[in-house]
Each structure stands twice: as structure tokens, then as C-alpha cells.
Design a protein around this ligand. Structure first.
Ligand SMILES: NC(=O)c1ccc[n+]([C@@H]2O[C@H](COP(=O)([O-])OP(=O)(O)OC[C@H]3O[C@@H](n4cnc5c(N)ncnc54)[C@H](OP(=O)(O)O)[C@@H]3O)[C@@H](O)[C@H]2O)c1
Length: 320
């Protein structure tokens, strides 16, 4: 049997990185993570159900990684020598660093190029297709930075895959896109636009699964992989109706015009402005609605139809 590729994950304690680590281990890959010295004590989007795969603190998570067989390597994107040394030990590099580190990945691309052994590189994307978006600031800047990193990778001739997974359920579905809520509302809901624009939802765990499947797949080499799963490609109105059916209650729906949404984005502090801009991109501008180009794109569902992904309906069940 062919040996499994060795995979290095950067940003392993992040909202998405941890799920890529678990998926890599589950698929039997020798799994390595790069850990910086300043691992914070808390985690974003504290999960509703605390498990060993999703514990309360980053330290616990790192201990759970270690006891599960993950190799922890010290380093950070800014530390060139330790970075090159880590990369030389593996075949595939997946970066899941957060939105403030996107441009910093220029240093990572340099290190991958210098190491010279990487079969596949995934830059930190894990959102919409940054070559197709129509988002506004503050997210436009981040998406444009991600597109800029794509050009740096392509110019360096590094083999890549771009993972376009659209909306994490932990950010978009668990609160029906109500920025301050952590659970779906039971009385009133605010909907951006007319609520009839399709968005694509996926659990963070399923992003991990598809990322690892794509990592070693020749069909995804130098392509963007799009995750738009049939049962999870839904309008905001469809999502609200799904929830209403589960709780047996009709919510009061308030529809905001694009003008109202843009005003709110401009006037709100972080993180509300950022979340609204993400929701606006998907639910008003329709950034998840496009035809793929077979020369440079593939749909994850077409490649891996056997993956039993979590449907939006199943995800919402935990909140009933
Ligand atoms: N589609 C969606 O709905 C969605 C939602 C959220 C994020 N995203 C995207 O997913 C990607 C990852 O974001 P995230 O929110 O998961 O990130 P995050 O939770 O902020 O985690 C960032 C990770 O990067 C690590 N890190 C920090 N500084 C580093 C450095 N200098 N070198 C190496 N690693 C470093 C952090 O480690 P420490 O623990 O040591 O700080 C942490 O593990 C981003 O591209 C983001 O835009 C998409």
C-alpha cells in the first residue's frame, strides 16, 4: 500500500484548523502542526457541545492532538528557519491562519518555495471564491488580500488547491445570521435583502473532511474546490422556514434593504461590521451563486458524492 502523505497544518488551534487536523488524522495521514509560542487561553465560537475534538481551551486541544499522535512543531509564519525546517518534513502544507495573517503568507510561500518538496499547498481561504466576490469592506480587503496571495503562489509555480467552502455553520447558521446571537432566534428574525438569494453552508468538520480528501487528489491539483452541498445550498427564507418547522412556530420576519445593511456596516464596530459584510456578500450580492469553469474549478460534491455530510437541517436539530 502506498504511504500516506505527510500533512502540516498551520493555525491548528483556530476555528477551522482544528477540524482539518482531526480529518487528517482520521484519514490516516501522519499529521504535523505548527504551534506558535503565544497560544491564547480561549477559543472563538465556543462550541455548544464540548468534546475532546472541540475542547474549551487551546492548551487542552494541543494536548489532545499530541495524545492522538499529532506531531507538534514549534514555529510561526514569521520565523523563516523553523518554518522551512517544518515544511521539509512533510508533503502537503495547509494554512488555516486567521484573517489578520493573510498577507503574512507571502513569507510562507517563500518558505514553501525554498523547501522545494511540497506536493500541494493550501493557502488560508476557507470562504467564498475570492476571484469572484462582490463584497464590501471590511471583508473586501481580506478577500482581495487572499486573491493577491493566489497570484503570488501561481507566480512562484507552487502546486496549489484553493478551498472555497462558503459559510461555516458556526458563523452563519447557528444564529440564522443574526450577528449578536449564538443560537437561532425563536421570536423575530432579520433577513438581509429579500431573502431569496442562495447561500452555501457547511459544518467546519465537513470542511476538514473535504480539505483532506482534496489534498492528495490529482483532480484538484491547481484548482479551486467549491463546497456547495445540495441539501445546504439554501436561501435565507428557506433556512428560516426550516427552523420554524423544527420549533413549530412562525417567526416575525423583518427584511432590510441593501441600503440599510450598508449603512449598518459603515456605522458598526467590529465584529458586527465584519459579520454583516459577510452576510451581505452571500445574501444580497449572491457571492455563492456562479457557474464553475471546468478548466480551473471543481465541485466537492461531484468529486466526493459518498461523503455523508451534515445537512443544515441536521445541524439545526441540536438547537431545538
Ligand atoms: N467561511 C467562513 O464562514 C469562515 C469563518 C471564519 C474564518 N474563515 C476563514 O478561515 C481561515 C482561518 O480563520 P479562523 O477564524 O479559523 O482563524 P483563527 O480562529 O483566528 O485561528 C488562527 C490560527 O492561526 C494561528 N496563528 C496565529 N499567529 C500565527 C503565526 N504567526 N504563525 C502561524 N500560526 C499563527 C493561531 O494560533 P494561536 O492559537 O497560537 O493564536 C490559530 O491557530 C481564514 O482564512 C478565515 O478568513 C472562514
Amino acid at each position: 500500500m502506498a504511504e500516506k502523505s505527510k500533512i502540516l497544518i498551520l493555525g491548528p488551534t483556530g476555528a477551522i484548523g482544528r477540524h482539518i487536523v482531526w480529518a487528517s488524522l482520521k484519514a490516516g495521514h501522519p499529521t504535523y502542526v505548527l504551534v506558535s509560542k503565544t497560544t491564547a487561553a480561549d477559543i472563538p465560537n465556543k462550541p455548544k457541545i464540548i468534546t475532546a475534538a472541540n475542547p474549551e481551551t487551546k492548551q487542552e486541544l494541543l494536548e489532545n492532538f499530541k495524545s492522538s499522535g499529532v506531531t507538534l512543531l514549534a514555529g510561526s509564519i514569521g520565523e523563516h528557519e523553523s518554518l522551512v525546517k517544518a515544511i521539509k518534513q512533510v508533503d502537503i502544507v495547509i494554512c488555516a491562519a486567521g484573517r489578520l495573517l493573510i498577507e503574512e503568507q507571502v513569507k510562507l510561500v517563500e518558505a514553501v518555495k525554498e523547501a522545494g518538496n511540497v506536493k500541494r499547498f493550501f493557502p488560508s481561504e476557507f470562504g467564498l471564491d475570492v476571484d469572484r466576490h462582490d463584497a464590501v469592506d471590511p471583508v473586501k480587503q481580506v478577500f482581495d488580500e487572499k486573491a493577491g496571495i493566489r497570484r503570488v503562489i501561481e507566480a512562484a509555480g507552487i502546486p496549489y488547491t484553493y478551498l472555497c467552502c462558503h459559510a461555516f455553520t458556526g458563523y452563519f447558521l447557528r444564529n440564522l445570521s443574526q450577528p449578536e446571537a449564538t443560537e437561532p432566534p425563536r421570536d423575530k428574525v432579520v433577513i438581509l435583502g429579500d431573502g431569496n438569494v442562495k447561500g452555501a453552508y457547511v459544518t467546519e468538520a465537513d470542511v476538514g473532511t473535504y480539505t483532506i480528501k482534496a489534498a492528495d487528489d490529482p483532480r484538484t491539483l491547481n484548482k479551486a474546490v467549491h463546497i456547495r452541498l445540495p441539501a445546504n445550498y439554501l436561501t435565507a427564507n428557506e433556512v428560516v422556514s426550516l427552523w420554524e418547522k423544527k420549533i413549530g412556530k412562525t417567526l416575525e420576519r423583518t427584511y432590510l434593504t441593501e441600503e440599510q445593511v450598508l449603512k449598518d456596516i459603515q456605522e458598526s464596530p467590529f465584529p458586527r461590521n465584519y459579520l454583516w459584510a459577510l452576510y451581505h456578500s452571500q445574501q444580497i450580492r449572491g457571492d455563492a451563486v456562479y457557474e464553475i469553469d471546468p478548466a480551473k474549478d471543481v465541485e466537492a460534491y461531484d468529486l466526493y458524492p459518498d461523503v455523508k455530510y451534515t445537512t443544515a437541517s441536521e445541524f439545526l436539530d441540536q438547537f431545538v
